[in-house]
Design a protein around this ligand. Structure first.
Ligand code: NAP
Length: 293
């Protein structure tokens, strides 16, 4: 099994569960973990993604990968930072890097492998989250938001758009994988609202503090009002259950959303169910990461 984002947040619980299974687990991470195979991976550098995929393939030899868990992610305070490849950082880490890793590892996945991409319900206007929802999933404009004629003038809103749009891309990518590789189980997983993880660490200080406090017992009076609330443990264990096939999607479903401890298979947003958008995103992403089609 190969996983990103297993070093903190609810991903650490997933990694722990995977380690308890019979299959070998390889984590891609910026810093090594002591008790599991960790290969260096910085998703903010496409060369690092290429190096990681090559190291995994080299290490596993003929052994196919039975689960690919693409869980890492971040949210930035704005859409101003760029990766070494010149792409907006949130979109590059959350979508482009994972897309490239997926393309590089698809040929060595087991016939019936499970592929999960962690998304966020904030991409869907129906969730009524407080973040700006995606206006589009145009990879070129998301990689270069300064070229977007309708970009949000306010920095924090531009940062939110970069995040929610990258998470729309995760849902569209899961759909594209399912369409192209019907033998695989491809899922986008929304863990709901999981306070107290490291996700807010790059945001402004008041938001960081609020996020942290909401994750403690003191945050309960407010936290309990969230319609999508989940504990770290529920979010991690549900993703692990999906990876192990202990929970399986109903036919045709590629979007799993955890709502107050219950796994639901809710309808896709209007954008997420757009076949043409999924196809265009797949092709444009390949071009941006220089992946020959
Ligand atoms: N918490 C929520 O309410 C919520 C809601 C919806 C979706 N999500 C999604 O759930 C996933 C996990 O989030 P979390 O809340 O558990 O946050 P978290 O504690 O910050 O975990 C994020 C993980 O991503 C890794 N990561 C970030 N940037 C990376 C990079 N450049 N290269 C390699 N790894 C990188 C982090 O590694 P380091 O340890 O090196 O930082 C960490 O393992 C994310 O995709 C997030 O968008 C979270």
């Amino acid at each position: 099994m190969v996983m990103t984002g297993g070093t903190s947040g609810f991903g650490a619980i997933v990694a722990e569960r995977l380690k308890g299974g019979s299959a070998r687990v390889i984590l891609g991470a910026r810093r090594p973990e002591s008790d599991v195979d960790t290969f260096p991976l910085d998703l903010a550098e496409l060369d690092s993604v290429r190096g990681f995929a090559a190291a995994v393939r080299d290490d596993l030899g003929e052994t196919p990968i039975d689960a690919l868990v693409l869980n890492a992610g971040l949210i930035s305070p704005d859409a101003d930072s760029r990766t070494v490849d010149g792409f907006e950082t949130t979109f590059a880490v959350n979508h482009l890097a994972h897309y490239l890793l997926l393309r590089l590892l698809l040929p060595v996945l087991a016939e019936d492998a499970v592929v999960t991409l962690t998304t966020s319900g904030t991409h869907d206007p129906a969730t009524k989250a407080s973040l700006v929802t995606p206006r589009h999933a145009d990879a070129e404009l998301l990689a270069h938001p300064d070229r977007d004629p309708d970009r949000e003038p306010k920095a924090s809103k531009a940062g939110q758009h970069a995040y929610t749009a990258s998470k729309l891309c995760a849902v569209l990518t899961a759909r594209a994988v399912a369409e192209r590789h019907p033998n695989l189980t491809a899922l986008a997983y929304d863990p709901g609202q999981v306070f107290g993880t490291g996700l807010a660490k790059d945001l402004a200080l008041p938001l960081r503090i609020a996020w942290k406090v909401m994750g403690t017992p003191a945050g309960w009076p407010v936290r309990r009002l969230s319609p999508t609330l989940n504990t770290r443990s529920a979010a991690g264990n549900t993703l692990a259950d999906l990876v192990f096939g202990l929970q399986t999607p109903p036919d045709g479903h590629t979007y799993a959303a955890l709502r107050r401890g219950n796994l639901t298979w809710i309808e896709l947003s209007v954008q997420a169910r757009d076949d043409k958008l999924a196809q265009t995103l797949w092709n444009d992403s390949a071009r941006l990461v220089d992946f020959p089609d």
